[in-house]
Design a protein around this ligand. Sequence first.
Ligand code: SF4
Length: 466
Amino acid sequence: MFNRKLRENCGVIGIYGLPKAAQYAYLGLYALQHRGAESAGIIASDNGDFSFHRGMGEVATVFSNKHQLETLKGNMAIGHNRYSTTGASDQTNIQPLFSTYWGGEIGIGHNGNVTNYDSLRRRLEASGAIFRTDSDTEVFLHLIANSKESDIVQRLAKALRKVKGAFSLVLITPDKIIAARDPHGVRPLSLGKVRSGYIVASETCAFDIMKARYLRDVEPGEILVIDEQGPKTAYQRPQKRPAMCIFEYVYFSRPDSRIFNENVDKLRRKLGRRLAWEYPVDAELVISVPDSSNTHALGYSEGSGIKFEIGLIRNHYVGRTFIMPKQSIRDIDALIKYNPVKGVLEGKSIVLVDDSIVRGTTSRKIVKILREAGAKKIHFRVSSPPIISPCFYGVNIPTFEELIAHKHSVEEIRKILKVDSLEYLSIKGLLSISKRPPDQFCTACFSKHYPIPGDNVPKNTRKRGF
Ligand code: SF4
């Protein structure tokens, strides 16, 4: 199987005030497919009459039958795409989760990771809670049900005060859509308007597909309620020091999205330009590792004045279900995904731009493919710093042992990859691309500075930022 090198753990969407809201949620989930492809689901409400459909696989697989979507009635819906970071990848953990408790019915979709999940779950189970899933999202439902407040917003506010970590949430009740973001604002969540209705989504690329207009981000610590009076801030917890995930700009988000109120495409070009400024090299061509590095490579080309060329073609039809043939063709997994353009590469000295290196296995194979296609010199440039530490806030960055930059110096990695030179963007360079102050971002996977504590989160080992 050949997967994305890193996986975000989810995309969420909420729709209010549109007839056949589930169909809009479905379109939005399509746009957010890159944030989760293990499972997908939608819960719709028709004046409190709930219906849902959930399943394993990509959105197109889960909703392969038109009839499934038509059974989801009403003008409110929430949807979710999942990759697992907490809990197994199976039927029981598919979101949105739905529950009936003393206060009524409620559905929830979550992007992020609860860092005190283990201790919260132990406490809840000791007081009698029976968990149906092993997903951290379920703790939100138990904490809401445990609260004695009379109103759902107050119950949710009380629940969220007990949770540490990263969460961008969408919830559905019989008459409202609720959106909430953790007080550090780690994961994105935006609000838009479409005709007479409203949409909240992990990324604004979900707005474009339904011609919605971006209004604003859901603020860190905010609980936003959308009901017949429109959207309003129902509760604003005092914000903590922001810790927005800088990796959203590097890799996770789509370049056509607006994340943390900045345009991702523009920032990725800046990353490439900055990389060219920090690490210039004498070469004839700039090529990217498609598709995620295309914009970075264009930026490097702009910054260096070296021509951008398409030197690798990515096969878009390799699904996650690709089964490796038994007879072993060496590096078949990389070859099936990337094919070199020999006419471009033969005899050329190239700058290969990638957005990040995780384990290094794919990079090594790509370099080999380029060499065999005739590239004379390969200068590898990475538009983010070395990843030296795992993520505990909703991204499946592997364990310390699996990270090549945790175990090896840049020079050692250069030798492992067999390239003529290798350079990574500095943390200072990475943080320079945004108009926000550098200390508003989480950089923990590059710096080991973890802004939010948790059961398994290492204690801060360095100063924040760079
Ligand atoms: S550790 Fe890395 S991937 Fe995780 S939230 Fe921080 S910057 Fe993002």
